[in-house]
Design a protein around this ligand. Structure first.
Ligand code: HDE
Length: 716
């Protein structure tokens, strides 16, 4: 007898026709209407009432396979409330997806304070080293719809909800420390331009099209972010291997009411890693859920991703002396100027139980801050403080979205707000207004404001503003659009610069409006003349006249912290290695390589032409993935252990040749046995420091061999 939680109840077996004819039960199969009997049989033996199938009002359901009909071949009956409720609920399963960041993946975790900073902030979570707080994190792409792929060139959202004892704090950031625009009033234009074009409904999840580049080329403030978006930061290998940033300048306020500016940074413990563009494109086909799967599997397997939280803290006086405005979200503060102070660690250790209830319904609000953390006058941040609350109403349908478990604070909350759609709380008593004197009648008067511990806004406007003036302008330093774009470009390795130039060429090659291409290159001249020349050459156009700068750019000292390659970690930790084997391969050699990879913190994934038990030397071996369904793009490095006969056979198979061709083209380490040579020759793989014998694999690790790239790809 199957347990009630088995996927297939006997009734379902009947409906699927799996009961063998002649078994004596084929009568039941023919008259599936009788299935209820069997099902009742199961239900009758239930121990847990939650295992009974019921409708939404608790009525037990006797048959979940057949609707109610007037006669065996008759019409369905309207009175079938079970059918109607089921279809009704299904019809309304979808809610509007997020207007931006629609595609996301979330997980639960914990934040631990590793260094107390009470002198900087009174925020409860930073008061004591070792103190922890539950968190929920959602990573996302920006432009694509909820069902789009994981690896387009795009910014990634990095939104963290801290359920602190003093209320929820949402740090809703990105994996890039600056933003496209300076003022919230431009956000709808930016998003319209990058999303699918209004008349044709494409391209999905791609910035490589006319309207986006038209807009950004007319908004030079976006150029710094464009440099980041065209860099490898926009094609991360994994959510686990990307940095996160709060982007805006926030404010810390301590117990004495003193304020300091602060920028928040997340640093991945696994180091940063990105994809190659060609690889990102191929992954989109091979595994559209690449990042989602990677996060889920890592957590399920106990490889909990972690990030250190670093803060850059500075004061108004320091800020006033900088050649950029710290309230301008298109600018960053180089770490060489204000080093990061690590104050905590975030660890994601639990997958969601239900994607919709948690990841889809989570509502992040930048306006969720706790005493000790405050906003600044950053005009982009100010707009966000309105937008996120507002958008939840259209997405989640009710002002009571805060009652959904994933959004509710884990500390008590009470106020006089009442009613509204989908009210699930049942406030008691008469006090739904304040002030009231109900206490005098011995009744519960309800909660009262707490001047000492409640949130009190920092009196910022006393500082650098004249609150009496109403102006629609931007502060003067906001007009420097190029200095930090150049800072970013000049901080990259040569190889990373080539990636940026090539990405711009790729994107502009998809832009049909010739004047837009020219306008972009005209801006690039203000960033770097050589970059402009390379892009122009890549597009086969003449270098246009330099764009007029609203404010002359200044030279800034390059910052190594802005490069991925300069900070790369040489590690197998969290990396996935594909091992190709086939009939006759040496099981002992495979087992030993697998063990070595796992003891270095990596994951070994066995790939073979077929997944079931394959006869190998020393027994049989099952593969984790079929060759055709496990292209090398889904691995960080590859290895192969093949007998010459099997290799000869595989050398005639496109999937096997492509496996090595791509691994080579994507600059991955290829560890191979002598038998594999025949396939490598066909794949055009040439010997270099990353094409090595299997025995050297651990020494070499999973880092990319960027030195190979000029041999395999013409970069701009
Ligand atoms: Fe957002 N943004 N944003 N944004 N954003 C949303 O809120 C908005 C901005 C970011 O996983 C929306 O709940 C405006 C910067 C993330 O649920 C919406 C402006 C940064 C997420 C919205 C910005 C972000 C969002 C859509 C300019 C990095 C996903 C659904 C003033 C610091 C959160 C929602 C999640 C989502 C508005 C600019 C990051 C419409 C108006 C800058 C990570 O409210």
């Amino acid at each position: 007898m199957p347990s009630p939680k088995d996927d297939r109840s006997p009734a379902m077996d009947n409906a699927l026709g799996s009961i063998p004819p002649g078994s004596g039960q084929d009568k039941v199969e023919a008259h599936a209407g009788n299935a209820g009997e069997l099902h009742q049989d199961v239900a009758g033996k239930q121990t847990s009432p939650s295992a009974y199938l019921t409708d939404n009002f608790g009525h037990r359901i006797s048959d979940n396979q057949n609707s109610l009909k007037a006669g065996e071949r008759g019409p369905a009956l309207l009175e079938d409330f079970i059918l109607r409720e089921k279809i009704f609920h299904f019809d309304h399963e979808r809610i509007p997806e997020r207007i931006v960041h629609a595609r996301g993946s979330g997980a639960h975790g914990v934040f631990e304070c590793t260094q107390a900073i009470p002198e900087l902030t009174k925020a409860s979570i930073f008061q004591e080293a070792g103190k922890t707080c539950p968190v929920f994190v959602r990573f996302s792409t920006v432009a694509g719809g909820a069902g789009s792929v994981d690896t387009p060139r795009d910014v990634r959202g990095f939104a963290v909800k801290f359920y602190t004892e003093t209320g929820n704090w949402d740090l809703v950031g990105n994996n890039i420390p600056v933003f496209f625009i300076q003022d919230a009033i431009k956000f709808p234009d930016l998003v319209h331009s990058v999303k699918m074009e209004a008349d044709r409904g494409y391209p999905q999840a791609a910035s490589a099209h006319d309207t986006f580049w038209d807009f950004v080329s007319l908004m030079p403030e976006s150029l710094h972010m464009i440099m980041w978006a065209m860099s490898d930061r926009a094609i991360p290998r994994s959510f686990r291997m990307m940095e996160g940033f709060g982007v805006h300048t926030f404010r810390f306020v301590n117990e004495s009411g003193e304020g300091k500016f602060v920028k928040f940074h997340w640093r991945p413990v696994l180091g940063m890693e990105s994809l190659v563009w060609d690889e990102a494109v191929k992954i989109a086909g091979a595994d559209p859920d690449f990042h989602r799967r990677d996060l889920f599997e890592a957590i399920a397997g106990g490889g909990f991703p972690a990030w250190d939280l670093g803060v850059q803290v500075f004061d108004e006086e320091w800020a006033a002396g900088q050649p950029y405005d710290v309230l301008d979200a298109t600018k960053l503060i180089p770490e060489e100027e204000i080093p990061l102070q690590v104050v905590g660690r975030l660890t994601l250790d639990r997958n969601v139980d239900n994607f919709f209830a948690e990841t889809e319904q989570v509502a992040f609000l930048p306006s969720n801050v706790i005493p000790g953390i405050d906003f600044t006058n950053d005009p982009l941040l100010q707009g966000r403080l309105f937008s996120y609350l507002d958008t939840q109403k259209s997405r989640l349908g009710t002002t009571n979205f805060h009652q959904i478990p994933i959004n509710a604070p884990k500390c008590p909350f009470h106020n006089f707000q009442r009613d509204g759609m989908m009210q699930t709380l049942v406030p008691t008593g008469r006090a739904n207004y304040e002030p009231n004197s109900l206490a005098q009648a011995g009744e519960d008067a309800g909660p009262r404001a707490c001047p000492d511990t409640g949130f009190a806004s920092f009196p910022e406007n006393a500082e650098r503003n004249d609150p009496a003036e109403k102006l629609r302008i931007r502060a003067e330093l906001f007009a420097d659009h190029y200095s930090q774009a150049a800072l970013f470009y000049h901080s990259q390795t040569e190889n990373e610069q080539a990636h940026i130039a090539s990405a711009i060429v790729f994107e502009l090659s998809k832009v049909a409006l010739a004047h837009v291409r020219l306008r972009v290159v005209a801006h690039l001249r203000n960033i770097d003349e050589d970059l402009a020349r390379r892009v122009a050459e890549g597009l086969a156009i003449d270098v246009p006249e330099k764009a007029k700068a609203a404010r002359a750019p200044i030279q800034m000292k390059p910052s190594d912290a802005l490069s991925i390659q300069k900070k790369a970690l040489d590690t197998l930790q969290g990396r996935k290695i594909g091992i190709l084997f086939a009939e006759g391969s040496d099981k002992a050699a495979i087992d030993s390589l697998k063990k070595d990879i796992e003891s270095a913190g990596g994951t070994a994934f066995l790939v073979a032409p077929k997944v079931g038990g394959i006869p190998v030397k020393g027994g049989t071996l099952e593969a984790d993935g079929q060759l055709a369904g496990s292209p090398s793009v889904i691995f960080d490095a590859v290895a192969s252990i093949l007998m010459p006969e099997a290799a000869e056979k595989l050398a005639t198979q496109g999937a096997a040749v492509q496996w090595f061709m791509d691994a080579y083209g994507h600059c991955k380490t290829i560890a191979h046995c002598p038998g594999t040579q025949v396939i490598l020759d066909k794949a055009g793989v040439q010997k270099d420091e990353g094409v090595i014998p299997v025995s050297d694999f651990l020494k070499r690790g999973a880092s990319r061999n960027w030195g190979r790239e000029p041999k395999v790809r013409d970069l701009a």
